[in-house]
Design a protein. Structure first.
Length: 282
């Protein structure tokens, strides 16, 4: 499609942004769905976040993704924050609606969809989440909102895990939430249905690391999920597959959170997961 005076702009703000897959995904979706839109990246220094959001308004940019380290810092400069994003305390998507900036978090939604797309049922299940950082917050809140029965949060710093747990308990009273150290044993996994890694362990720079002891004996019906998407088969997922366990790859969350953002900006319903997966060539 040709760029004209009517062409809209969406963007990513973060620091750094050079590594992002977002331009590939969103420009592909714009072309695929015939939306007169272009998506680009802006490397925004932490001291310039307020000015960046003012620029989104002033330039009529229809929406923005937000990545590290600005997901929390943007919140004071938004006009409205969607409920789950407020509970998470982190925003990864902004919609410019008639000059009002509305914050969302599609990370958790993207993760849930990646699990459901594989045919799994999360409702009323016991889910163990490894890690209690920003990614964990998005995943845990989304799990609670979806209606899982029990969440166990494992983290080296128990105070951080307990803070997240208390946040979920106060907003989703029907969900049982417990915390424990990141030192999972075979016994701890006995009644767990889903094991989810939200730590950086397993990503490219740490690809030889696992968040749990590889000598653990898991239950045969355990589903293992990793939000790390490079490498595609993390050490944790290889461990699971060697034991004939079902797995959910991190690429699903990456693609689905992007599609959810595009839907927020455009109001369209997008069904293009497989095509996006192919163009990323991961």
């Amino acid at each position: 499609m040709k760029i004209s005076g009517k062409t809209k702009v969406a963007c990513l703000i973060g620091h750094p942004v050079e590594h992002s897959f977002s331009p590939y995904i969103h420009n592909f979706l714009a072309k695929e769905y015939n939306v007169d839109l272009r998506y680009t990246c802006f490397d925004v220094n932490p001291t310039d976040v307020k000015e960046a959001l003012q620029g989104i308004k002033a330039l009529g940019i229809i929406g923005s993704n937000v990545t590290i380290p600005h997901k929390i810092e943007v919140i004071p400069y938004l006009d409205e924050v969607e409920r789950n994003a407020a509970i998470i305390g982190s925003v990864n998507t902004i919609k410019n609606h008639e000059g009002r900036l509305i914050g969302y978090n599609t990370d958790g939604v993207g993760f849930i969809k990646s699990v459901l797309d594989e045919g799994h049922i999360l409702k009323d299940k016991h889910v163990m989440v490894l890690g209690a950082g920003g990614a964990s917050r998005a995943v845990v809140v989304a799990l609670a909102a979806h209606g899982v029965g029990k969440i166990t949060i494992c983290n080296n710093t128990l105070e951080k895990a307990e803070s997240l747990a208390e946040n979920v308990r106060s907003n989703f009273e029907e969900v049982e939430v417990n915390v424990m150290p990141l030192a999972v044993t075979s016994k701890d996994l006995k009644d767990v249905n889903f094991l989810i890694n939200t730590t950086p362990l397993g990503m490219s720079s740490k690809k030889d690391l696992m968040p749990i002891d590889q000598n653990i004996v898991p239950p045969s019906d355990l589903v293992v999920c990793d939000i790390v998407y490079t490498p595609h088969d993390t050490k944790l997922l290889k461990w699971a597959m060697q034991r004939q366990l079902k797995v959910v790859h991190g690429i699903g969350m990456l693609i689905n959170q992007a599609i959810a953002s595009f839907e927020i900006w455009t109001g369209l319903e997008i069904d293009a997961y497989e095509k996006v997966y192919e163009i990323l060539e991961l």
